[in-house]
Every structure is written in structure tokens, then in C-alpha cells.
Design a protein around this ligand. Sequence first.
Ligand SMILES: [Zn+2]
Length: 59
Amino acid sequence: MSSAPEDTGDDVFDQFLSQRGHETEPVRWERNYNKKQCPECSGLHDLSASECSVCGWSP
Ligand SMILES: [Zn+2]
């Protein structure tokens, strides 16, 4: 039964892939010169901003 370990490995790998695949595409700050730009409202913020102070969006 040498195929059992291989099957287990495939399962783990498939799970890993499907978990990654289920992730929605990463939404990040747009970069506008040396500012962060909110993808939701296009508001500009300092690079240190962690969330949009205009619409409340955060990555
Ligand atoms: Zn915003």
C-alpha cells in the first residue's frame, strides 16, 4: 500500500491550494506618489494610515 502516503500528501496539498484559492483577491491601498489611496473612495492618506478616515475602509 505505498500509495496511501502519496494520497495523503495530495489531499494536504489540495487543501492548501484551495484555501489559498478561496481567498478573495487582496485589496490593498493604492499608491499615489508618496501617499496611500483608498480603493473605495480614492481618498489620499499618509503612508502610516491604517484605515481610511473618509469611508472607514481598511485592508
Ligand atoms: Zn476611503
